[in-house]
Design a protein around this ligand. Structure first.
Ligand code: AMP
Ligand code: MG
Length: 346
């Protein structure tokens, strides 16, 4: 895999490669993505092959700045907002104005230019405007939508640096655009806007649900309780996802028996400093900042997973699901789940 830096030359090469039907890894503020031009089904199929991703799992479409309006997205055939009622339109545009570019994916009625492969045949499409400068440089010059899931093999930990992309995909992908460590470090928050105007949280992520609710002036609905068909499952809803190879055990600092941590082959990960400074383990944020925990979570899991002296990872679960705590908890729960492709309970 070739590492290209941004700037005129790097961006031009990436554009030529994408236009000729190629795939490449790009930095975003959430995690690194594996991108193809969304309107080219053959290019998109290479993403599924490289990731070994099942075709029932839809991709998020990334758009340049300036496209954050339903009218524009409709004109480009990315959405078809004609089926949305007034409240749905108002809610969608409110969220676009307030949170784009940024770690929010909106699931909206799909337009005619988006191939089945991108949405797994669903009638909706997930859309996001990333705020990483290089992702935006590329999108701005390309003026094409990019389909991009996280640049890792399916089910594994998402990459938050170019070296993690190389470790995950190696020679399956010809190019990675070097954009430094990801600023947010967790995948986007996904919200579905239904034609009747209801807004549902499909996956907690890098944008806290409280901020979205404050902007809308109402609570987001919970992920569907009804039984979803396989085609409707977001990967974030698969029980095992974002997972290290080693067994991961979640613990709470309030109920922990400290002797459990004293086993040398256990790699311990604290979200904030342990109650007793003599307790072993790495600490994600000395100050207890959820943003900092999110930023380093995947890189730390990856490091522990690659540490030969460690056979099992013990990770602290957040004590609250407020703010980014919900997404951190969600990722850790799925990282600790048995590795079978079964729908989770919620
Ligand atoms: P990844 O970035 O690899 O986690 O994958 C993109 C995420 O967006 C997946 O969780 C998809 O399920 C989700 N997604 C994309 N499009 C849709 C859609 N139309 N409906 C529901 N979820 C979607
Ligand atoms: Mg992923």
């Amino acid at each position: 895999m070739k590492v290209l830096s941004g700037g005129f030359q790097g961006i031009s090469r990436c554009m030529a490669h994408l236009r000729s039907g190629g795939i490449l890894a790009i930095p975003t503020e959430t995690v690194y993505g594996l991108a193809a031009i969304a309107t080219q089904p053959e290019a998109v199929s290479k993403i599924f092959a490289a990731k070994e991703r099942p075709s029932f799992d839809p991709l998020i479409v990334h758009i340049p700045q300036g496209w954050g309006f339903l009218k524009k997205l409709d004109e480009l055939g990315i959405t078809d907002s004609s089926v949305l009622g007034l409240e749905a339109r108002t809610s969608a545009e409110k969220l676009m104005r307030r949170f784009w570019p940024g770690p929010l994916t909106l699931v909206l009625p799909r337009g005619a230019k988006i191939p089945d492969l991108v949405t797994s045949g669903l009638s909706t499409v997930g859309i996001r405007m990333p705020r990483h400068t290089l992702a935006q440089d590329l999108l701005k010059h390309l003026q094409e939508p990019l389909a991009a899931p996280s640049a890792n093999r399916f089910g594994r930990i998402s990459p938050t640096s170019s070296s993690a992309v190389i470790a995950e995909l190696g020679d399956r992908v010809p190019i990675v655009l070097e954009g430094g460590p990801c600023e947010v470090g967790l995948e986007s928050t996904i919200v579905h806007i239904a034609p009747d105007g209801s807004a549902r949280l499909l996956r907690p992520g890098g944008l806290a649900r409280e901020k979205i609710e404050a902007e809308l002036g109402r609570a987001l609905l919970a992920p569907e309780a009804r039984q979803l068909s396989t085609a409707e499952l977001a990967p974030g809803m698969l029980a095992s996802h974002y997972a290290p190879r080693k067994r991961l055990v979640l613990f709470s600092r309030h109920t922990l028996d400290p002797s459990h941590l004293a086993v040398a082959s256990r790699g311990v990960m604290w979200l904030s400093p342990p109650p007793d400074s003599r307790m072993p383990g790495v600490v994600l944020s000395e100050s207890g900042s959820l943003e900092e925990m999110a930023r380093v979570l995947f890189a730390t899991l990856r490091k522990l997973d690659n540490e030969p002296a460690i056979s099992e990872i013990w990770a602290e679960a957040p004590s609250s699901d407020q703010g980014l705590g919900a997404a951190i908890h969600d990722r850790l729960r799925r990282a600790s789940a048995p590795k079978a492709l079964e729908p989770s309970q919620g």
